[in-house]
Design a binder for this molecule. Sequence first.
Ligand code: AHM
Ligand code: MG
Length: 334
Amino acid sequence: MSAKATSLSRHLVEEGKWVDAQLSELPVLLRDMGYTAKILAREIRRAALVGKLGLVGEKNPSGDAQKKLDVYSNEVVVDAFTDSGLVAAIVSEEMEELRTISCNDAAEYLLCVDPLDGSSNTDVNGAVGTIFSFYRRGVAGACTDCEAELREGARLVAAGYVLYGPSTVLVCSMGRGVNGYTLDHDVGEFMLSQENIRCPVSGAYYSANLGRYHDWDPNVRAYADYVIERDAASGRPYSLRYSGALVADVHRSLLEGGIYLYPADEGRTGGKLRLLYECLPLAFVVEAAAGRASSGRERILDLRPASLHQTSPLAIGGVDDVQLFERFVATGSP
Ligand code: AHM
Ligand code: MG
């Protein structure tokens, strides 16, 4: 690595020059998320050696069995942002209620987080991630109605994810462009590795749990049938890539185009993925990179969660791929 390589901290200072003066603490929050990710990367890497694999025997608010790493990751995130003094409250996949952190005037932000996405992969050494977003509060002081503020889309001011794969990558956006940083374990820093990421309008891959095919709406099934038809002119058939970790599959779509889908199905009529800490943050990142995120009928960023753990169907990736999916949802054909 060249001595000229740019660290996350240095790059955030540069990027921070472009954000609104009111949002001057955003680079600090993203730096703190980088620190949190380093702690989690270390613990995920050695989980099998320190007794952190397996279940805890409890369910999270969505009814999923919690893994030890889910609980640990949630504690690390909550502790890190409790210490920051900048966050008034946290919404997490692993906590039933919104957790009030600070009523200080300086605590101007709300954090929504999925501390460990793809946790079915933990015990098989598969990819996992962390998804996060920051909302700027409208009023300082006591957190009287933070949930209402989370329904105001314009308050979503930064978002990103961390992918713990063969390397640990943090991708984030403060609204103007999207950048990726790779953790250099020797230096102990995230280093800028993908500057100003642009999502290709289409790609050669689709990601979906085809085990649910027979539970999908016929129009969604028609789309899945269409992408695997042979048609060289339109780049079909698409290849299937599905890792069990939304973060890993969306990362592929962001860098290479293509689409990730988690549609509604007979068992989950509202979809599986949660708006506040899965769909909305990833939609913010992908759209900042010129991609698209949709429920199939509406743009994800236009949706307003009525409750903290509300779900939505999700289709996310290249603009052309997602728009094609939306046409199928509406009409059953391209
Ligand atoms: P999680 O946050 O509990 O891990 O759930 C979200 C995950 C996504 O990362 C992944 O794409 C999807 O759920 C997998 O679900 P399924 O096993 O139904 O395909
Ligand atoms: Mg998740």
